[in-house]
Design a protein around this ligand. Structure first.
Ligand SMILES: *[C@@H]1O[C@H](CO)[C@@H](O)[C@H](O)[C@H]1NC(C)=O
Ligand SMILES: *[C@@H]1O[C@H](CO)[C@@H](O)[C@H](O)[C@H]1NC(C)=O
Ligand SMILES: *[C@@H]1O[C@H](CO)[C@@H](O)[C@H](O)[C@H]1NC(C)=O
Ligand SMILES: *[C@@H]1O[C@H](CO)[C@@H](O)[C@H](O)[C@H]1NC(C)=O
Ligand SMILES: *[C@@H]1O[C@H](CO)[C@@H](O)[C@H](O)[C@H]1NC(C)=O
Ligand SMILES: *[C@@H]1O[C@H](CO)[C@@H](O)[C@H](O)[C@H]1NC(C)=O
Ligand SMILES: *[C@@H]1O[C@H](CO)[C@@H](O)[C@H](O)[C@H]1NC(C)=O
Length: 803
């Protein structure tokens, strides 16, 4: 660790003195494989790769034909460089430095290139990183749209680093491709590491090894994005929920807010503070805790040595022997009594992070190669409490004797749907073999948070070939006592498998909402109350609690989990997780600091949104709806569009919420769904009401009402008004027709909207309210018109200010 620190400091020093001519060695480099650079959604700069391309006989720049909704950023994924013969990149590096290399792959349609033909190998600095690699097969097996592979190259004496891409000759028309490359000098965070099972008899000097980062988890915490990583290494830390295994999942705990995380002499770059601020422990029942192991499972490639790194930080106890526990890897003792993990004994203080590495060889054998991590209290030590703790974990693969890190492509048919249906069946038959649920993904650095729509699509495409290994984690029947109908199990398994939302215990939810205290209620919906809560020692969330006695509630709960775990979009409220425990069902969402659109329009006397704000909010909501209607292979119809379901975050960004009534529509452009009419009065599409046939145009109608609410600042229905004015939709259309719309707009807006802008807005809203769905515009057109209206307004503001 000291050595690592030394070299890191020396890099910093090095940067300071000769920043001018160091090309790569100290500045993190991010290459967009295109002739142009640009910024990603996180604001990070990517430069064109050309200048580093040494030989590229037959390199073609291409653009992806389709942007998968799960892609968080166009850069670097939407363009690629394709190599039909061997190609090399060359970088000047600093010798004796460890380098992190990250490859970004988005296997998609690229003009005339058929991605199914892409098999290639990649080497860097003489190390084979991938061989016969198919990004398409790997992504399919992981049900992801894109893939990030991360490696860490051992220091060498070379001053250049060569990365080669070689299309596989075994396939005709084969080619290699790459979307983005990152190269980052990193501190050498590795050292002498004992082999598990051999005690300290055998140690490996990992600081000299080439590694592949397989898993990186923030145990019991949120995903930490690249921009929030420590040490400027742009790593992503994922939640561990998909990998936890067994009938007892432990509980999530967080460090007290005021506790300072003191890195002391250890390196801040090993892991960000957020990793150390949350942990999984076993729970309060000491008797129970001694009877089981807290267990995680990871699927890996056989015939490699792996380094398992545990990140620990004790934030509850402050004396040795209060909490001491045994750690096992693949059934072998890694750290057990008489030398168990005793964090205070190691660090001498609360709030001090520490990590420990263990190496383990994973042999080839029957079944899937895996790494099993287990922890249980070290009762032999007669500790004061019986508990164990884990804050974070990373797993690295070490190169073999042939300087090879490449594994096999995963089985193409291992697939989500299969895993889920198997799981469902196992609830009926109670068959045991499905309890051994496999988590994780070999050979891939998993992007768990981002499966989303891609997975949904592939599910439909995939066949039904039997394959028992599931690449995606599905939790075992951990709650087998809770529901007899199997229904909630399905939703549970589905949610985990599809969106990999986080699972909460009712104890956590109760704690976070002060046991559902009335003072924490922030809303009341058809589904139940909505509470404000705090999780992970500071993250604000909104928690919807279902009324468990209502069948309707249960259905809506399921629909919402199903929908939201598949959807991620800037303008849709996002689901953090759910709780289905102790007879309670709750959904946990991002907290929307500014509440509903409605309360800013007229519920609250003081708040008066400017016209520009209203336009921007409507545009945001329209984007969210447009995405629902067209972003997926199947149209999703919201069915309950209204101003109380448009929420605003602290930056006034509009997010569509409440998917309890949503329906997956037929394949696009193919008619309608017949259903029982549901929705909210005042917003209901009259055609849907008459014919009971639902199309996405029903949402367009409701959105038309929303637009007039924003313009007129009055409710959709106001029974106190004269009869002809009760319904805003009818009244606004009437006024629009007679040319008296000006008279009903919000008095606060009078004189502040340029006539051209008002005309576009009102015409659009009226069109949305057309009697027949076929006459109503698509959300995409609505969006376009609103943006046009905003542009008109933009020019107005300048001129009115000048007046
Ligand atoms: C580039 O490709 C052409 C034709 O395929 C070949 O003749 C030439 O030798 C190649 N050059 C290099 C440097 O590989
Ligand atoms: C791409 O190649 C695969 C396998 O060779 C084939 O099944 C598929 O039809 C091809 N797709 C196109 C668009 O040519
Ligand atoms: C091509 O196939 C041969 C024989 O099956 C194999 O030995 C070789 O490793 C393969 N090459 C690649 C690049 O996959
Ligand atoms: C660990 O032990 C369990 C139970 O004995 C066994 O099923 C499992 O295969 C073992 N795992 C490894 C990786 O050795
Ligand atoms: C925990 O796991 C280890 C390794 O598989 C095993 O030896 C031990 O008996 C387990 N302890 C309990 C309490 O299950
Ligand atoms: C290359 O990968 C494909 C797909 O996983 C596999 O079928 C084939 O056997 C592999 N070829 C070699 C030479 O490993
Ligand atoms: C599950 O049900 C069985 C039998 O009803 C009971 O003995 C057991 O304690 C229950 N387990 C839990 C975790 O509630």
């Amino acid at each position: 660790m000291k050595e690592g620190q030394h070299s890191w400091l020396s890099i910093v020093w090095f940067c300071l003195i000769c920043n001018a001519f160091v090309l790569v060695s100290s500045q993190p480099l991010a290459l967009n494989c295109n002739s142009k650079g640009g910024k990603d959604e996180d604001g990070r700069k990517w430069e064109p790769d050309e200048k580093y391309l040494k030989s590229s006989n037959g390199s073609t720049l291409v653009q992806a034909g389709y942007q998968d909704p799960s892609l968080l950023s166009k850069i670097p994924y939407m363009n690629a460089r394709i190599f039909t013969s061997l190609a090399t990149y060359e970088f000047r590096i600093k010798s004796e430095e460890r380098y992190l290399i990250r490859f970004h792959f988005y296997p998609s349609g690229y003009s005339k290139f058929n991605i199914s033909n892409s098999y290639f190998s990649v080497t860097a600095g003489g190390v084979t990183l991938m061989k016969n690699f198919s990004a398409e097969i790997t992504c399919k097996a992981l049900t992801q749209a894109y893939l990030v592979r991360e490696y860490s190259l051992a220091p060498s004496d070379s001053k250049t680093l060569t990365i080669t891409f070689t299309p596989s000759k075994n396939y005709t028309n084969s080619f290699a491709f790459i979307n983005g490359i990152e190269l980052i000098a990193m501190p050498n965070l590795f050292g002498m590491t004992g082999m598990v099972g051999l005690g300290y008899l055998k140690e490996i000097d990992v600081s000299l090894e080439n590694l592949q980062a397989m898993f990186r988890l923030n145990v019991c915490g949120q995903t930490i994005p690249p921009s929030k990583d420590s040490g400027a290494m742009y790593r992503i830390w994922y939640n561990d929920d998909p990998y936890i295994f067994g009938s007892t999942l432990g509980i999530c705990t967080g460090a007290p807010k005021d506790l300072k995380i003191d890195y002391g002499k250890s390196l801040r770059s090993t892991a960000p503070e957020d990793v150390y601020r949350t942990a999984r422990s076993m729970g309060e029942d000491a008797g129970l805790n001694t009877k089981f192991n807290l267990t995680w499972i990871f699927q890996v490639d056989a015939n490699f040595i792996y380094v398992v790194r545990f990140h620990f930080c004790e934030f509850v106890y402050d004396s040795p022997n209060q909490r001491a526990f045994n750690v096992y890897i693949n059934n072998k003792s890694a750290q057990v009594a008489p030398h168990p993990v005793d964090l205070i004994d190691w660090t001498r203080k609360k709030g001090a992070p520490i990590y420990k590495d263990y190496a383990v060889h994973v042999a080839d054998g029957p079944g899937d190669a895996m790494i099993l991590i287990q922890m249980t209290p070290a009762t032999e030590m007669k500790t004061q409490f019986h508990d164990s703790l884990l804050n974070g974990v990373e797993i690295f693969k070490l190169n073999d004797g042939n300087k090879n890190l490449a594994g096999r492509n995963p089985h193409p048919s291992s697939m989500l749907l299969k895993a889920v249906t198997e799981q469902e069946r196992s609830f009926d038959t109670k068959s045991d073999n499905n309890n051994a649920v496999i988590a994780g993904a070999a050979a891939a650095f998993v992007l768990v948070a981002l499966t989303v729509l891609a997975s949904r699509k592939r599910k439909q495409e995939a066949g039904v070939e039997a394959h028992t290994s599931s690449w995606l984690p599905v939790r075992g029947n951990s709650h087998s006592n809770e529901s007899k109908d199997g229904k909630s199990h399905n939703s549970h398994a589905l949610a985990l498998a599809q969106g990999l939302s986080r699972h909460f215990f009712i104890s956590e939810i109760r704690q976070s909402t002060k046991n559902f205290d009335d003072s924490n209620v922030i809303g009341v919906g058809g589904f139940g109350n909505v509470y404000k809560g705090v999780i992970d020692g500071g993250t604000k969330v909104a928690i919807k609690r279902s009324n468990p006695t209502s069948e309707q509630g249960i259905n809506e709960f399921q629909t919402e989990v199903d929908m939201l775990s598949k959807l991620r979009h800037k303008h849709l409220v996002s689901l953090i997780g759910f709780c289905e425990d102790g007879g309670e069902m709750c959904l946990v969402y991002d907290y929307m600091a500014l509440g509903t659109l409605r309360e800013h329009l007229y519920s609250n006397e003081e708040a008066h949104l400017s016209w520009k704000q209203r336009l921007e909010i409507c545009i945001g909501a329209a984007r969210g709806l447009h995405y629902l209607h067209t972003g997926a292979k199947y149209t999703i119809i919201h069915r309950d569009v209204k101003t109380t379901n448009i929420l605003l975050d602290e930056k006034w960004v509009a997010k569509v919420s409440d998917f309890g009534l949503s329906k997956t529509g037929p394949e696009m452009n193919q008619g309608h769904v017949s259903t029982v009419v549901k929705g909210s009065f005042g917003y209901l599409d009259p055609e849907y009401f008459r014919r009971q046939q639902l199309t996405e145009k029903s949402d367009v109608y409701s959105f038309g009402v929303v637009l007039f609410e924003a313009l007129c600042a009055r409710p959709a229905l106001n029974p106190k008004l004269p009869k002809e004015q009760v319904s805003l939709a009818d009244w606004a259309r009437h006024c629009h027709k007679k040319g008296t719309l000006e008279e009903i707009i919000d008095p606060h807006l009078k004189g502040k909207i340029k006539p051209e802008c008002l005309k576009i807005f009102a015409d659009t809203a009226v069109k949305c309210l057309s009697d027949q769905g076929i006459q109503r515009p698509h959300m995409g057109d609505v969006l376009w018109n609103l943006e046009f209206a905003l542009q008109m307004h933009g020019t107005t503001e300048a001129s009115t200010e000048a007046e």
